[in-house]
Design a protein around this ligand. Structure first.
Ligand code: SF4
Length: 68
């Protein structure tokens, strides 16, 4: 899968990286988010579930999950 963050939309609330710690991390002091290891991620079911939860929980709709 690909996990994409629209950095123009991300407001740094940190909801993703505070709850889905295996997949997201803050990339700056303002809490903007980055995907750990980059946008290409394995189709591991646990990771896919984490990515989907984060995408649904993001108040800015900044996270997109693309399944292969
Ligand atoms: S939850 Fe959304 S807006 Fe908040 S840090 Fe994560 S990607 Fe950015």
């Amino acid at each position: 899968m690909k996990v994409l963050i629209d950095h123009g939309r991300c407001q740094g609330h940190g909801r993703c990286w505070s709850t889905e710690k295996a997949l997201f991390e803050p990339m700056d002091d303002e809490g903007h988010s980055a995907v750990i290891g980059g946008e290409d991620q394995p189709d591991d079911p646990d990771l896919v579930a984490q990515a989907m939860r984060a995408a649904e929980a993001c108040p800015e709709r900044a996270i997109t999950v693309v399944r292969h």
